[in-house]
Write a protein that binds this ligand. Sequence first.
Ligand code: ASP
Length: 286
Amino acid sequence: MRGTGIATTSLIVHGGAGIFRTDLQDLVREGCIRAAELGQGLLLGGASALDVVERVVMALEDNPTFNSGTGSCANAQGEVEMDAIIVDGARGDFGAVAAIRHVKNPVRVARAVMEHTPHCMLMGRGASSFALERGFESTPTEELLGERGSGPDHGTVGAVALDAQGHVAAATSTGGTRDKLPGRVGDSPIIGCGAIAEDGLGGASATGDGEALMRVMMAGAVAGYLRAGRNAQEAADLALQDLKTRTGGLGGVICLDASGRIGFAHSTTHLALAYTHDRAEVVSRL
Ligand code: ASP
């Protein structure tokens, strides 16, 4: 353990904020636990926080219970347009895609934007063409919509990790809001809104009403409170208070501080999440 820290590695994942139908709650809980266990194993094996948040979010994207990747909800034209971001606290860099179509794992494309372009964000047709050029398989809309035809419009996914080297990373991925206008982009892929990560400070991933979360720059609000010396739970509570008082919006946020302490807060009925430190058993909450 580092001198002042409570944990060498920490991980928190979420599966969205909203009201989860009773018949889906076990699947949601299970999905978050499995994703956290996957990430914990990787962290204990020495993986970087960046690799861990990417892999954990990919696992959640592949799980049709969640509104991201497979299982995304449809927009007003029946299309799936997804948003994702990955933030690397070690490099102080991020990659994002917005309103991307026909890819199975938007978070992987977001990472490719960060690592293989001079840009931070690609959107729409440009993002989809970039994915094809990088060799990502084209996935039909019907496959992304999953068995239910169109997933619920909550169930965005996210993860924040601290690795054994002290690096922090965060990622968020979503199908957005059901019946949204084509081209609508929410908070999720926007740096400081849907996610943030900074070595020596911490990281956050937000979920909920994207328009409200953008107005308060939710993940950045958490980072601001961390910078002011608050711990992770205080920072999450204060940022949520901002969301409630300034917008009345419904949402939630998960975060870690640089010592690996965990925080989360939500104004929705549910915030699906799971977390763990080092070798501790994964704790889940819905
Ligand atoms: N924040 C996402 C969006 O507005 C949706 C969600 O997290 O439920 O696109």
